[in-house]
Design a protein. Structure first.
Length: 271
């Protein structure tokens, strides 16, 4: 899979690969990037079929998205990275941890889930999303969802910004492929296999992937740390970027970054 667009803060910092949610793009990390850049090299992709990235030739499935994210690291010559996934991006990040554990320094799952396949009714609703997007178009689709992605205290201006950003990011068939991948995934039975040092982060008022789901994930991943971001909804990285960035920074600082930037370059023939 090729044609993936990626934002890159540059520099010699330890790489942090950021994977956005199902209704977003790499722009979802614009607010936190300057807060983390420097010690970290912040990489934020547009997933296949989103925003500036090319459409995949067919449904990648969760394995395909995980492999595509690792291929981004390969293309940049990066041996290992911290991986931060929000919502659907967290499900992809979990699959990377299971499928390519040697490529992770640590794992950050923000406002995420085991996958919609953990509940039949959620899987069915997720599968229906592609048809809805195709019927009403990105603008109307985004307006229907934007308010629920933020906390009850969000302003109308914030809701409008989220709706506009979503409408600019999503299209068919990419969104439908992503929804199908979520509907087919339940990582619950495999969370105990995750070996990466893990932070599970969630907005206090997340109504989409509520704190109870994040607590379940944190309880199942060995040694995982759990933290809530006060006053934030589902898009905690966008609604309260300072608190979100502080949580990420504190977690990685406590880990001593886990990676040696000077030795974190792929040599020809590796992997």
């Amino acid at each position: 899979m090729s044609g993936i667009a990626i934002g890159d803060s540059g520099g010699a910092g330890v790489p942090l690969l950021c994977l956005h949610g199902i209704g977003s793009s790499g722009a979802a990390f614009d607010a936190i990037t300057p807060m983390l850049a420097g010690r970290l090299r912040v990489l934020a992709w547009d997933a296949p079929g989103y925003a500036a990235s090319a459409d995949p030739e067919g449904p990648p499935g969760m394995d395909g998205y995980a492999d595509a994210a690792v291929a981004v690291l390969d293309d940049l010559g990066i041996r290992r990275a911290h991986v931060l996934g929000v919502s659907w991006g967290g499900v992809i990040a979990t699959r990377i941890a299971l499928r390519h554990p040697e490529r992770l320094g640590s794992l950050i799952l923000a406002d995420s889930t085991r996958g919609s396949g953990a509940a039949p009714e959620k899987a069915a609703a997720m599968r229906a999303r592609g048809a809805e997007l195709a019927e009403v178009g990105p603008a109307a689709f985004a307006r229907r969802r934007a308010a629920r992605l933020l906390s009850p205290a969000a302003t109308e201006a914030q809701v409008t910004r989220v709706a506009e950003a979503m409408a600019a990011a999503i299209r068919m068939p990419g969104y439908g492929y992503a929804a199908d991948s979520m509907a087919a995934t339940d990582h619950g039975p495999r969370l105990a296999e995750v070996r990466a040092r893990t932070l599970v982060l969630v907005g206090e008022h997340d109504a989409v992937c509520p704190p109870a789901e994040s607590r379940l994930i944190a309880g199942a991943v060995p040694g995982a740390r759990y933290a809530e971001i006060p006053a934030a909804g589902h898009l905690s990285n966008q609604e309260t970027p300072e608190a979100f960035a502080d949580s990420v920074r504190d977690f990685l600082n406590a880990a001593g970054d886990l990676l040696d930037a000077a030795r974190n370059v792929l040599k020809e023939g590796e992997f």
